[in-house]
Each structure stands twice: as structure tokens, then as C-alpha cells.
Design a protein around this ligand. Structure first.
Ligand SMILES: [Zn+2]
Length: 311
């Protein structure tokens, strides 16, 4: 369990402000909203948002009864709490449940969620297939999974490759790590991983056609996003945009694996170290009676990254 790939950590980052609010990403944000709307069910019970960051997309999942807002960084989650409101992490039915955890070691019991999303996060996964298999475990039969990833085979990389300005081949299936812990993927490789895990892909949308600074300077974001929205369904035929969304569905799982929707938040969790489902609620942590690990509950955030030091 300890040999998990490295994690890209946004702890202390001002990513939300510098990248999204002041970085001229209004067009990308709007284009993502259009894609998400096309893929999301109108309502549902329990959504898992992986790599939620500061909760930029979370309000778009409002049709779900409850949303687990998961990120590796607690400072990102604190920003999400400011945006969405903090709810009591323990006890009965909060709308948002904030969880700091490593996607390779998800702290959830199997087959709990009826939907999950992972937007701009696979991007940081050195072992994408392993991360996807963890996600599949926690999804119920027929649950949907919306995955966005950065596409290595995009117009710009192909052009650069043809002009001899780029060494790596945009048409080969292996991921490219263009900056440390930042990966772009080939759409076919992602499709293969999902299908090997038993997902069926129901929809593919190509997003961010106009991620070119000249366009973004000339045209209003709203206009570019609307145009993007018109082109997104072309993803069914071919994918050459820098961002791709896939909507995948989990197949039928064994009946024995199906869990009822939990009443108490603690029933969602398992110990990420030993897998025990018998966690006990203490004042500032969850205690695992099996391996004695303590998982902190601090400022409304369940922290499953590292166990608390034994005192
Ligand atoms: Zn344990």
C-alpha cells in the first residue's frame, strides 16, 4: 500500500486566483461548463469530485444530494469551503463532505458513489491506469464517470512535431510528461484503460478549440465558448483539441458489492492503510481499531493523507 506513485501537491497554491480568476481562463471555464452540462445527469445521490481544487466546478453538481469534495491539498479545500460553505463533517447528511486524500489510496468503501468526475486532474497522474482502477472500485453498478484529460495529440503539438520543433511524437500512445508531474495523454490510451477496467464510453467531447491567446484577446470569452460548444460533439469522430471529456459508465457489478446509500458520513469511509471498514468516530479523528491508525478531522476536513502521529 505504501508504494504509490508520487503526488502533485497544490498545498498553499494560489492556483484558483492566478490561473482561473486572473489568468484569462474565462473561456476555458465556460467551455468546460457546457461540456459538463451535456454529460451530467440532472440529479443523483452521491457524487465524488476528484481533484476538486477550490471547488470551481462543484456548484455545477448541485443536482446531487451530497458531494464528496476531494483534493490532495487542504489549503485548496479550505478555499472550497469558503466558496461552498462548511458543513459539519460528522453526523447526519451534510451537502458537502471535504476529504483530503491521495487518489491512489482512496479512503472509501467499495461501490458507494453513483457518479464521479475528474477534471484537469489525470494530468498529474504518473500511473493513470492505477488511479482509474481506484475510482472504479468506489463506483456503484451503472454509475457514471466524467473524465477530462489533456490530449497530447492536439493541433498545436502535431504542428510543432511536423515543423521539427518538438521531439515527442503526438501520435504514439504513451503519455508525455512535459513538465515534472504534468502529463498529456493519447485519447486512445485513455479509452483503452477505461475499457480494460470495464467502463463503457458513452460520449466523447472535444473541448477548448480556441485555446490560442490571439483568439482570446480578440473575441469575448462568451462567444468563443458558445462556438466551442457547437464543435464539442465532433469529439465523437476525432479528437485534436487540447482538452477531451469522456463520459464512461461502470458495468454491472456483483450484487453482493452494492451498498445502500449511507446515512452517516463515517459509513462512507474505510482505512486507506489496511482497508478496515470499522472506523470509529473520535473527537478530532477517525480511529482504525484494526491497524491503530488515526485519521485527522480538522477544520471540517477529513484528512486521509498521512496518519496522525501517535502520542
Ligand atoms: Zn487501518
Amino acid at each position: 500500500m505504501t508504494n504509490t506513485p508520487p503526488v502533485c501537491n497544490y498545498e498553499g497554491s494560489d492556483y484558483q486566483t492566478s490561473f482561473w480568476e486572473q489568468g484569462g481562463r474565462e473561456y476555458e471555464d465556460r467551455a468546460e461548463a457546457i461540456a459538463l452540462k451535456r454529460m451530467l445527469p440532472e440529479n443523483g445521490k452521491l457524487m465524488l469530485e476528484l481533484g476538486a481544487g477550490a471547488g470551481r466546478n462543484t456548484p455545477r453538481y448541485a443536482g446531487f444530494d451530497r458531494i464528496v469534495v476531494l483534493d490532495y491539498s487542504t489549503t485548496q479545500l479550505a478555499q472550497a469551503q469558503e466558496r461552498l460553505g462548511r458543513s459539519e463533517p460528522q453526523g447526519a447528511a451534510p451537502k458537502y463532505i471535504y476529504v483530503a486524500a491521495d487518489i491512489y489510496r482512496l479512503p472509501f468503501r467499495d461501490s458507494q458513489f453513483d457518479a464521479a468526475t475528474m477534471i484537469r486532474t489525470l494530468h498529474h497522474m504518473a500511473d493513470a491506469s492505477k488511479a482509474l482502477s481506484q475510482i472504479k472500485n468506489v463506483l456503484q453498478s451503472n454509475a457514471i464517470f466524467i473524465l477530462e484529460f489533456a490530449n497530447k495529440r492536439n493541433f498545436k503539438s502535431i504542428l510543432r512535431y511536423w515543423l521539427g520543433k518538438q521531439d515527442w511524437d503526438p501520435f504514439s500512445l504513451e503519455p508525455v510528461e512535459f513538465v515534472k508531474l504534468n502529463f498529456d495523454f493519447h485519447p486512445k490510451a485513455v479509452r483503452n484503460w477505461l475499457e480494460e477496467l470495464g467502463f463503457s464510453i458513452e460520449k466523447t467531447l472535444t473541448v477548448s478549440y480556441f485555446r490560442i491567446s490571439l483568439f482570446k484577446r480578440i473575441f469575448p470569452a462568451k462567444f468563443l465558448a458558445a462556438l466551442d460548444g457547437l464543435l464539442q460533439p465532433m469529439g465523437a469522430l476525432w479528437q485534436f483539441t487540447p482538452s477531451v471529456f469522456m463520459k464512461a459508465r461502470v458495468g454491472e457489478k456483483d450484487a453482493g458489492q452494492m451498498n445502500e446509500f449511507p446515512v452517516n458520513v463515517i459509513e462512507l469511509f474505510k482505512c486507506p492503510d489496511c482497508g478496515s471498514e470499522k472506523l470509529e468516530e473520535k473527537t478530532d479523528h477517525l480511529h482504525c481499531p484494526n491497524c491503530q491508525a488515526k485519521w485527522a478531522v480538522r477544520d471540517g476536513i477529513h484528512d486521509f493523507r498521512e496518519k496522525m502521529k501517535q502520542v
